[in-house]
Ligand binder design. Structure first.
Ligand code: SAM
Length: 281
């Protein structure tokens, strides 16, 4: 049984990094006329209250999105992301945070499609509700995103972005993301894939980025943000990273340019640092 609820972590440093990168990639992909398919294999609830419930309890957003909320010196790429969060908070108070499906739905066009998978029954019901008025453009599946991916690739338009964002609550996720990435690339080699991973003391987590890069076998961007030194008790998330396969042209450059700013803004101690590694052929 799944116990992870993303609401506890909504808007934290890992969400900031993931959603800055996701939005930038989507902005680039929209520059071509052809319709896009966005697939979120682990979609979550779609959006989250920050002033009540799970998020208020942990208040992880205070060391994430809240640190950017009032800053007047945001680089354009980060300002664009904060503006996306502002659309859910029109009165200027930070009370709600958009998950990846909401960020994508708001960024994409009427001709683009979203396919969202969420296995947790409570979360998938919330996700259905979030998109109850979206019509045929958005399809929510209350099922396993790893299993569902094969059925939707390649998209008819041959343009698509796949976000693979498990919680790694179950140890099999470390292997499953690799299998999903390899399977996706076999079916749809030119697709853009974004795989999120946690920075943890756990060996599988530390080995995952290099494995993802090897599985990519083509152009990639590896970006990661460590916000604090690993804890001596070997417990907890000290950062996160993303491996993007087939990043759109020039998107890696734009993301790399804001990493020093994000590192400074989200640092929790002097061990804060970032990784930026690109292969473009
Ligand atoms: N992508 C979301 C975002 O950025 O806003 C956050 C997703 S959260 C990290 C991971 C979600 O995956 C959880 O809501 C969990 O219930 C769900 N989940 C776990 N295993 C799954 C699976 N095999 N297929 C689909 N969803 C799954």
């Amino acid at each position: 049984m799944l116990s992870y609820r993303h609401g506890f972590h909504a808007g934290n440093h890992a969400d900031v990094l993931k959603h800055v990168v996701l939005l930038r990639l989507l902005r680039h992909m929209k520059r071509k006329d052809k319709p896009l398919l966005f697939v979120d294999t682990h979609a979550g609830a779609g959006s989250y209250a920050l002033d009540s419930g799970f998020a208020a309890k942990n208040a992880e957003f205070e060391s994430g999105i809240a640190r950017l909320w009032q800053r007047a010196d945001l680089p354009e790429v980060v300002a664009d992301y904060v503006a996306a969060v502002r659309t859910l908070n029109p009165d200027g108070m930070l009370q709600r945070y958009p998950g990846s499906p909401r960020i994508a739905a708001d960024a994409l066009r009427a001709t683009d499609h979203l396919r969202l998978y969420e296995l947790h029954s409570t979360e998938s019901a919330l996700l259905q509700q979030e998109f109850s008025e979206a019509g045929r453009r958005v399809r929510v599946d209350a099922g396993d995103g790893f299993a569902g991916l094969a059925a939707v690739l390649p998209p008819l338009s041959r343009r698509g972005l796949v976000l693979i964002d498990p919680s790694y609550e179950v140890g099999t996720d470390y292997r499953a993301v690799l299998t999903a990435l390899r399977g996706g690339l076999e079916r749809f080699a030119t697709g853009t894939y974004v795989v999120w991973y946690p920075m943890l003391a756990r060996r599988e987590a530390q080995e995952l980025p290099a494995r993802l890069v090897r599985a990519a076998g083509t152009d990639y961007l590896h970006v990661a943000l460590q916000v604090q030194a690993p804890s001596p008790e070997r417990f907890g998330l000290h950062g996160s990273g993303l491996v993007v396969v087939n990043p759109p042209w020039k998107s890696a450059e734009e993301i790399g340019a804001v990493m020093p700013f994000l590192t400074e803004a989200l640092a929790q101690d002097a061990a804060a640092r970032y990784v930026f590694d690109v292969r473009e052929t």
